[in-house]
Design a protein around this ligand. Structure first.
Ligand SMILES: NC(=O)c1ccc[n+]([C@@H]2O[C@H](COP(=O)([O-])OP(=O)(O)OC[C@H]3O[C@@H](n4cnc5c(N)ncnc54)[C@H](O)[C@@H]3O)[C@@H](O)[C@H]2O)c1
Ligand SMILES: [Fe+2]
Length: 372
């Protein structure tokens, strides 16, 4: 027994960002455009702002967006009587917009009420148009928003159907300007979503199909997208892979790789994709025996002779992007490891197919220290 749903309307293809004025007009005439400071000065963003003529631009989203970002954006949406929130950016801009669009229609003044305050997310929200500029998070089609509450020291996902964007406009051309490091971090985040959705205890047939195809495309196109940033077919393949991977994990949800990523990005400010990719090879080795041949079939569908060959390819991609592969490279002092392990037991760990004990993570961090 299983359920599949994906309520977000998807418009995909090179050049589709040029259609944004027409696509957003149905929600009303008062769009607010949301991005981060790095993107706000890029030519494609200026072109979109010119075309869309928003009533306001919010360019204050921080990487790993904070509850303060969301609260500020919500005040702006209310003040401007916005009728649609248009997020142009990576997971950070999209997550901030999704949460603020929910908050804006609620009676609360801070997203903390839902993030750490325990209230369920309301179902009402302002329409959200998600326009990804990275090829990774899949936030354009997921019901999640990952927020950082710096004062309380808590980073974690908000989840609820109101967080599905209303419309995703995926224009792979917007991803050509990603630097190599961001390309590989976000591309491997998509791979983690595909693998974690596939092995989740709650996996199901449609998500499995999407996951395998997403991973096949990452292995086919990520290296080219990284080496030749303007390669349109590779960028298109990666944008499509990220979308499929988002659709693949949004129902089954992630497992140990994402659970372990939270303390790594909280404490050492590793980019989300780098934090996930850091533990991916170990997690595959740990979970494969619990999957009754499914991981071997996954690797074969991606064109590998064995799971070990697929793991070797993941390490090579990390090295190509300059992602950390050891505790030293990640900036994790050996004496912090017990605390990092203790903070890794997020509820997502329950979705992992093989049980994970603190001793397993101690073994993993030993290997990552190069001590084994
Ligand atoms: N909602 C979800 O389902 C979901 C899933 C996975 C991750 N996330 C969250 O998403 C966030 C990470 O998102 P991300 O990995 O997309 O990175 P990001 O949005 O933080 O962007 C990373 C950097 O790349 C820059 N950048 C983005 N697009 C660019 C482009 N086209 N050209 C040049 N520079 C560009 C940005 O300005 C920023 O400096 C994290 O907070 C993570 O927890 C959310
Ligand atoms: Fe992720």
């Amino acid at each position: 027994m299983w359920t599949f749903k994906l309520p977000t309307e998807v418009r995909f293809g090179p050049g589709t960002s040029g259609e944004l004025p027409g696509l957003t007009a149905r929600f009303g005439g008062r769009p607010v455009l949301i991005t981060d400071r790095g993107l706000a000065g890029l030519p494609f963003f200026l072109r979109i702002a010119d075309l869309l003529e928003p009533v306001a631009v919010f360019a204050e989203v921080e990487p790993n967006p904070t509850v303060t970002n969301v609260d500020e954006l919500c005040r702006l949406l209310r003040r401007e009587k916005a009728d649609v929130a248009v997020a142009v950016g990576g997971g950070s801009a999209m997550d901030c917009a999704k949460a603020a669009a929910c908050l804006a229609r609620s009676s609360e003044s801070s997203v903390r009420a839902f993030h750490t305050g325990g209230l369920p997310l309301p179902l009402e929200h302002l329409p959200v148009v998600a326009v990804p500029t990275t090829a990774g998070t899949g936030a354009e089609v997921t019901p999640f928003s990952v927020l950082d509450d710096r004062e309380k020291g808590v980073k974690g996902p908000l989840a609820g159907p109101a967080l599905y964007p209303t419309l995703a406009v995926i224009d792979p051309r917007l991803t050509h300007s990603m630097p190599r490091y961001v390309t590989v971090c976000t591309g491997l985040d998509a791979l983690c979503h595909a693998i974690e959705g596939y092995w989740s205890k709650h996996h199901q047939p449609i998500c499995d199909l999407l996951a395998v195809e997403a991973a096949r495309l990452v292995f086919r196109d990520l290296e080219t997208a990284c080496r030749v940033p303007e390669d349109a077919p590779a960028r298109e393949g990666m944008a499509y892979a990220a979308l499929l991977a988002g659709a693949a994990f949004q129902l089954p949800k992630n497992g140990m790789v994402h659970a372990c990523s939270f303390p790594l990005s909280n404490r050492y400010h590793l980019a989300h994709g780098a934090a996930c990719a850091f533990t991916l090879e170990f997690a595959i080795r740990h979970n494969t025996p619990a999957l009754d041949g499914r991981m071997e079939r996954f690797a074969a569908a991606c064109g590998f002779d064995s799971v070990a060959a697929m793991i070797g390819r993941i390490t090579a991609l990390k090295q190509l992007g300059g992602l950390p592969c050891t505790l030293d490279e990640a900036g994790v002092p050996a004496e912090d490891v017990p605390a990092v392990i203790a903070e890794s037991f997020h509820p997502l760990m329950q979705n992992n197919p093989a049980p994970v004990a603190p001793a397993d993570l101690a073994r993993m961090y030993n290997e990552l220290a190069g001590d084994s």
